[in-house]
Design a protein around this ligand. Structure first.
Ligand SMILES: Nc1ncnc2c1ncn2[C@@H]1O[C@H](COP(=O)(O)OP(=O)(O)O)[C@@H](O)[C@H]1O
Ligand SMILES: [Mg+2]
Length: 703
């Protein structure tokens, strides 16, 4: 879960609402808030699992989020195991949809751009190795403050550790008054949780001692107390003391390698687990297979063998073994990490781990298949959000598919995630996965195998790894030819053209694009047609036939418009080459001649465009004299403000988002964007993106 910008105020993040009120902690809340107010930028709440770190961090955040310009964002790091992903997880939590030209850290810094924000980073102990990256982030985002929870301090300079103690417990030896007892936080927590389950429950002279004893034996650990209180319907406080006592004695003597307080929590978890009915116990252990939570439908399919399990899930919820929150109006369930650890141990003990992982893989394999078509469709943003939610599950399924060597499944998941990694700019991680899958895919049937290989080639190219890009692209073409699937052949040949670097090796690249274009036209695939024509435009540019290049760029644009989309190059590599070519054409022709040739290209019928692109039809030379205007694109004609806006356009931001980012009105942005297009002689935002990629890199290459 994460705070997303609110609809009514797109700039401000909010922490998730809490399901129940905070008990005790008045002093802690005051001091922690004061520290952040005094300018401490990294506050680490430390303590053992279940002591209440997350709860306190959220309460602190809720109290002061209004004092930050951008509010506060909650980021749960529990499912993240790879410290390298730190910035990506943040980008995800900030809901930044696309970023193209910047390193992730830089992207975050730009998004926050000096404005103040509170980042609540939960469970940093999962990625302690990322601590130096957090330090870098804090240095580059002067407006950011961090409240984090961790079992251990991060040991960064400027960090302030804030140890979270268990809730205060009563002194059972002192004869306390009932009302005094009821005011002690540990007791209050027990009573409140018991009441939530059984409204008639109250603290009485008869049960007071037993309740006090439960709290003391559980050392005031909130999670343990909640687990105990959740049983109040079936057990009296006294019988909880008796049974829990046995469990504690057993565990405390039995496992000296677990730190003392974790032993207490462990005892409470084991105790709570043992009290479950057998089917519930089985369900809980199976649910541990999910990473990053699950929807009810997934629970039914994976853990309940297709049986309805709402009742059992509700019961686990009532027993505090699961917690629930809402995503887009649908309930989603999660397990606290400590409980999940125990539950997955139990799954292994039951000998069901492999089988349930298989089911999990099967479910997400199906999920991927049903979700796949959307990756090419219009609503990319919604699609990315859907994958976001199941990302940890999808990765777990992919890892298991690789481990199981069920490479057909691994292939499907990898291909689905490829579009996601690309959209999120997470190319390095994506390539690692794709390469693993592609190199082990010998037994995957065609054309699926060609598909995973071609995706691998693309990611290698986006990463700037030319050697592997060419290797995988060649392999994918061979596989596609073997399969006889003409669309796949077009797809792989396009990739081969890209991998060949059409700007510098136009002849070679042209051959691939031409064959691809023929196939795309024959199979009526306008999208591939457009890309192939665009590739040929770049090749023409590499051959310094600028008129032809400009015409082809124009023709490609019309083809894309026919698909109902404007083509946005989706990687820095792609933008760079597109941008470099456009700049070369502009510089070579001058703006006026460029505009004319472009318009000629746009005016071609599709069939003529294909004939022309394939070199089967010649067009007459343009009438106006060739040669360049002095205001060619070699120097940037944009003002500084326009450059700034063009940069954001290039990152894929809408005018509305740009307005929000620069704190100006949307109308002003509209006007600026129109100026930018006019000045550059461009027709689309994609062209601006391409152009920016080059101007940002260096002075444009002179043809
Ligand atoms: N002060 C408190 N008031 C109410 N509930 C609390 C309090 N502290 C902890 N809890 C509850 O106890 C459980 C464990 O707390 P949590 O913050 O998740 O611990 P940690 O993050 O240290 O593992 C949660 O269900 C939480 O809601
Ligand atoms: Mg926690």
């Amino acid at each position: 879960m994460s705070g997303r910008p609110q609809e009514d105020n797109p700039k401000v993040y909010r922490l998730p609402a809490l399901p129940s009120s905070l008990i005790g902690r008045e002093q802690e809340l005051k001091s922690a808030t004061a520290l952040l107010d005094q300018g401490i930028r990294l506050l680490t709440l430390t303590g053992p699992p279940g002591v209440g770190k997350t709860r306190l961090a959220l309460a602190v955040g809720a109290q002061i989020e209004d004092r930050f310009e951008l509010g506060a964002v909650f980021v749960n790091l529990a499912p993240v195991r790879d410290p390298d992903l730190f910035e990506h997880v943040l980008i995800q939590a900030l809901g930044i949809q696309r970023w193209k030209h910047f390193q992730p850290g830089e992207r975050i810094a730009r998004h926050l751009s000096q404005r103040s924000i509170l980042l609540v980073l939960d469970n940093f102990e999962q990625i302690t190795a990322a601590a130096p990256r957090l330090a870098t982030l804090l240095a580059s985002c002067p407006g950011a403050a961090v409240a984090t929870t961790s079992r251990e301090p991060l040991r960064l300079s400027g960090e302030r550790e804030f140890p979270v103690q268990p809730l205060r417990c009563p002194d059972v030896t002192a004869g306390l008054q009932l009302d005094e007892l009821a005011a002690i936080p540990a007791v209050r927590l027990f009573v409140e949780r018991a009441k939530a389950i059984m409204p008639a429950f109250t603290l009485t002279k008869e049960n007071a001692r037993a309740v006090a004893e439960i709290c003391v034996r559980l050392e005031g650990l909130p999670l343990a107390i909640e687990l105990a209180a959740a049983r109040i319907r079936a057990l009296t406080p006294q019988s909880i003391v008796d049974r829990l006592g046995q469990r504690l004695d057993f565990l405390v003597s039995g496992s000296r390698d677990i730190p003392e307080r974790q032993r207490t929590l462990r005892a409470a978890i084991v105790w709570s687990y043992d009290l479950l009915e057998v089917p519930e116990r089985r369900l809980l252990s199976r649910l541990a297979v999910f990473a990053g939570g699950f929807a009810l439908d997934a629970a039914r399919a994976v853990a309940a063998r297709g049986e309805d399990c709402l009742e059992a899930v509700s019961s686990l919820l009532a027993k505090s073994l699961l917690w629930q929150h809402e995503v887009d109006g649908e309930p989603r369930y999660e397990m606290l990490e400590t409980i999940r650890e125990y539950a997955s141990e139990q799954l292994a003990v039951a000998g069901e781990l492999d089988e349930i992982r298989d089911q999990h893989l099967e479910y997400f394999n199906r999920w991927a298949r049903d979700t796949e078509p959307e990756s090419e469709a219009k609503d990319h943003v919604a699609w990315v959000a859907r994958v976001d939610r199941e990302y940890e599950n999808l990765k777990a399924a992919l890892a298991w598919a690789v481990e199981r060597s069920t490479m057909d499944r691994a292939t499907r998941l990898a291909v689905l995630l490829c579009a996601y990694w690309n959209g999120r700019g997470n190319v390095g991680e994506g390539y690692r996965w794709l390469e693993t899958v592609a190199t082990r895919s010998e037994d995957v049937p065609l054309p699926a195998r060609a598909e995973v290989v071609v995706h691998t080639a693309a990611l290698a190219r986006f990463k700037g790894d030319r050697e592997h890009a060419a290797m995988f692209a060649n392999e994918s073409v061979e596989l596609a030819r073997q399969s006889g699937d003409r669309k796949m052949m077009a797809r792989t040949l396009i990739e081969l053209g890209h991998a060949t670097d059409p700007f510098h090796h136009p002849l070679e690249a042209r051959r691939s694009y031409e064959e691809a274009l023929g196939l795309a036209a024959a199979t009526q695939h306008p999208w591939y047609m457009g890309i192939a024509i665009q590739g040929l435009a770049i090749a023409a540019c590499g051959e310094r036939d600028f008129v032809r290049a400009a015409r082809l760029f124009g023709a490609a644009e019309v083809v894309f418009e026919g698909v109902g989309e404007s083509y946005a190059p989706n990687s820095v590599a792609e933008q760079t080459i597109m941008g470099r070519s456009l700049v070369a054409v502009l510089t070579g022709l001058g703006r006026e001649a460029f505009g004319r040739a472009w318009a000629e290209g746009r005016g071609m019928r599709e069939s003529l465009a294909v004939e022309y692109a394939l070199g089967r039809t010649q067009l007459s030379e343009p009438k106006a004299p060739r040669g360049r205007d002095d205001d060619g694109a070699a120097r940037s004609p944009l003002t500084r403000r326009e450059h700034e806006i063009a940069d954001l356009v290039a990152q894929g931001l809408s005018n509305r988002e740009i307005a929000a980012a620069l704190v100006i009105s949307e109308r002003t942005v509209d006007a600026h964007v129109q100026h930018i297009l006019n000045k550059l002689g461009f027709h689309s935002r994609a062209q601006v993106a391409a152009w920016i990629a080059v101007s940002n890199q260096s002075a444009p290459a002179k043809p």
